[in-house]
Design a protein around this ligand. Sequence first.
Ligand code: DQA
Length: 149
Amino acid sequence: MTRHVYVLNGPNLNLLGEREPGVYGAETLSSIQEKCNAKAETLGLTIDFRQTNHEGELVDWIQEARLNASGVVINPAAYTHTSVALHDAVRALACPVIEVHLSNIHARESFRHQSYISPVAAGVICGFGAHGYELGLDALASILAKTDN
Ligand code: DQA
């Protein structure tokens, strides 16, 4: 059974590759997108891969996922640590959400230790760089496989 999932990216992730490569790695967002497409194919998933710098647009996409997606992988970037609106949008989703961060947010500044998303996510992957997105898709596929049975 092919399932459709959203892979959503928050602010400044369009700058991956240029922005603090020591923290976030050298891969660009479009190279991560290609890897996600290849991974999704092996898992029987189709994906919508998107990035925005705007909080409200992320909220709109999460609401859209209620109708169009079986699950969501999201890197909310800086909004992870600030956004009650994203928390509420994810809370209103019936489908599973996997929170992904390239860096290990717990090993960084204390303001990054709190996530408004983690309490409403099915799980969190952080610290594995770009590979975290593939791990997130794997995790989502295994959750969805359980609901097929
Ligand atoms: C990030 C971690 C956030 O703290 C930061 O604001 C980001 C990226 C990550 O992927 O490691 O923009 O979500």
